[in-house]
Design a protein around this ligand. Structure first.
Ligand code: SF4
Ligand code: SF4
Length: 405
């Protein structure tokens, strides 16, 4: 996503008038063949949310050819449609002429967020919490490392070098279920004798704020995190959350001092296994289907790595869902949807039902997918009894079972 440069000095934000789209975007809208592939794959469409990607692109194309005084956001393009997008990227992936609709949607959200202060319910609170206490839940920053009270965790110290700075993320820091991912990661790192530390000053990196159009909150978060990260000496940052990974790896380099070497937990785990530093000898006799996170498979081209890890676990039978890899359906959490009262809430039910057809144990590679699926499971009798696990937990299970044996 483009950075808004010198944000403090700007008077206009995002796109509220057609001419504010750049020439490439206007050319893209004109190139639309109206084939409807974007609409076919859009998860919001599948749950009846008021969003139709083809309709939006057609509205923009029509506006290009028929100049009009009608307000762009609110009249030509419906606001609810803009807030229903999860930014999953499926439409852009499916489009034969590569029209980048998610970016155009966020451009229009920027106008709503920064010029109008117009958010769906829930979002304003999450943004305010992020600005004041550094996490969308509004939890006390002093409690951020409480999940590891009994783990004697290495904390980053100035002047002390480690190989990996483990970026835990807000979800695994505060959410009781997601904390198990962080604990599994610590077990894995220790089992492989990896030199690592966590950062006491870590705070939300701002991905959801940026995708909700609130670039100002995102930039404040980015600058604070970069300043804190820069105090410590490490070779790489490792993150288990695809949103943390994507933001730190692909978006923080837009800021001075924000160029870090960032690896995903799956990449590191694969390297540890294949470098014989992590041994997974124990049997985990389960049939498991993997759900690809949008921000790894589509945005970061990572499809094979989680599967390779699963194939290293003895006894584990990996099966595939119908929609997988770069064409997998979103869980419904991205683009700030986790924090909005919106019409896309049923996406998690639809996706988990799809996965259930392949196996009752679902491995995910993202704490937000985990939350979305567990919430669907708890509310829908048909889905109850399924086992939703993060990949690191599966790996830790194998290590644990070996120790017990
Ligand atoms: S997939 Fe692309 S070309 Fe086809 S309707 Fe959607 S935006 Fe237009
Ligand atoms: S990014 Fe995903 S949710 Fe948004 S319009 Fe495209 S397919 Fe639909």
């Amino acid at each position: 996503m483009d950075k808004i440069e010198d944000i403090e000095e700007q008077e206009r934000f995002g796109v509220s008038e057609f001419y504010q789209f750049n020439w490439k975007q206007r050319l893209d809208f004109d190139a639309c063949t109206e084939c409807g592939r974007c609409t076919e794959v859009c998860p919001a469409v599948k749950v009846g949310a008021p969003l139709d990607p083809r309709a939006i692109v057609k509205q923009l194309k029509d506006r290009l050819h028929n100049p009009s005084d009608k307000p762009l956001v609110g009249e030509i393009v419906d606001k609810d449609a803009l807030w229903s997008c999860t930014t999953c990227g499926a439409c852009a992936q499916a489009c034969p002429v590569r029209i980048d609709l998610p970016t155009a949607i966020v451009d229009m959200r920027r106008h709503l967020a920064l010029e109008e202060g117009d958010f769906p319910s829930g979002m304003a609170n999450a943004l305010q919490n992020t600005q004041t206490v550094g996490n969308p839940w509004g939890m006390d920053p002093a409690d951020r490392l409480d999940w590891a009270k009994d783990l004697d965790l290495p904390i980053a110290q100035e002047g002390k070098h480690v190989d990996y700075l483990y970026w835990v993320g807000c979800s695994a820091s505060y959410d009781r279920r997601a904390q198990k991912i962080a604990r599994a990661m610590v077990k894995i790192l220790r089992a492989a004798n990896v030199s690592f530390a966590v950062m006491q000053e870590e705070r939300c990196h701002g991905d959801f704020a940026r995708r909700a159009g609130e670039e100002y909150t995102f930039q404040l978060a980015a600058m604070e995190n970069i300043e804190n990260l820069s105090k410590y000496s490490f070779k790489h940052i490792v993150a288990h959350c695809p949103h943390c990974f994507n933001t730190l790896k692909n978006e923080y380099p837009q800021f001075e001092g924000g160029q870090f070497s960032v690896v995903s937990h799956t990449k590191l785990i694969q390297e540890l296994i294949e470098g014989a530093r992590l041994k997974l000898d124990a049997q985990v006799s389960e049939k498991v289907v993997f759900h690809d996170p949008c921000y790894m498979a589509r945005y970061n081209d990572s499809v094979g790595t989680p599967r390779k890890i699963m194939d290293h676990i003895k006894g584990l039978k990996r099966v595939e869902p119908i929609e997988r890899g770069k064409t997998a359906m979103c869980c419904g959490a991205g683009g700030g949807q986790m924090w909005m009262e919106s019409n896309t809430k049923r996406i998690n039910f639809v996706r988990l039902n799809d996965l259930r057809r392949s196996a009752s144990t679902v491995a995910v590679g993202c704490p937000h997918c985990l939350t979305m699926f567990e919430s669907a499971m708890n509310e829908d009798k048909v889905l109850q009894g399924m086992d939703i696990v993060e990949l690191s937990e599966l790996v830790a299970r194998a290590i644990e079972e070996k120790k017990e044996a």
